[in-house]
Design a protein around this ligand. Sequence first.
Ligand code: GZL
Length: 374
Amino acid sequence: MKKKFLAALMCATLTVTTLAGCGGDSAKDGKNDIPTSQTGGNENTGDDSPENSGGSDSGIVIGFSQVGAESDWRTANTESMKSTFSEDKGYTLKFDDAQQKQENQIKAIRSFIEQDVKYIVLAPVTETGWDTVLKEVKDAGIPLIIVDRMVEVSDDSLYTAWVGSNFKLEGDKACAWLKAYADAQGVKELNIVDIQGTIGASAQIGRSQGLEEAVEANEGWTLLAQQSGEFTQAKGQEVMESFIKQYGDKINVVYCENDNEAFGAIDALTSAGYTVGTDLSKGEVLVMSFDSTNAGMTDVLSGKIVCNTECNPLHGPRVEEIIKALEAGNEVEKQQYVEEEIFAAGDEVTSITVGDDSFDVTTVTQEVIDGRAY
Ligand code: GZL
């Protein structure tokens, strides 16, 4: 059940806490300005222990196993965690970038146990394969907070709390928007390709499922192909180039499961001479995306991305709320979902309905972009 009040409260806290802490260049231009240690070789010390955000351990020591640095979303998520759990706020953050490999996350978690950290935060790359190492964490008596994607475990006492997004709802919202938009344009036949995220990641599972169910439910919709773009721009471009070779101008909708895949898909389509835009009736190709990062929203403003469903990465303050509650000896919610918006290039669709819930659709302007915390 969604904890609306709590999520709203956290979002409010979040806005105050992280406005100063946002930033970070877009992976779109290949830069990523968050220094990271990577399992299997710390940039600074050469050993494979996770990096400290500062000198010796002081205050509350937290081990954070991060998926990687694959996307703008991930950069914003890392920045949120690092700016929240800083030394001047009484924390030592031991950060590890697993380069999108589960074995590196397992290694980092075991290193955190050896270092006897007070809390472990895990952003799991995929949902399965965690039972053994999470049992080691539980046996060590270290509270574990799961952030962003979900873990599928035989016993949910293996983690203390989870905070993240409802990815199936994100997919449902995006497809409800697409249905309303296509109807508004009088277009019934949609031939869709799906550039999926990392296979087995909750975000991929939910967003893909949302699309698959919508294709099933809507006459005239065809899902031509699905392939993982691994949430990266380079792989997204490669997959789009392959889809163009196979389906060419049959494609009129590209469903990208994150912004960086969308950037790659747009490059591939444009290079192949296709018009990426917002008007199906003129034969333009619609590119849809998820995350609503700054670079993604800029592409919505220019009409390159027609609809962007938010996935809020600013989990630092939400995790801090959980840790503060645990420090105070209070109970914490087992699962907390984050409230998220949906954005579009135009105003043809101003609201959508998913099940019993309706959601406003925000038309992107520069002012909307400037007012966002990431
Ligand atoms: C979603 C997150 C996904 C983003 C991608 O919560 O796990 O991983 O959508 C990121 O951009 O790589």
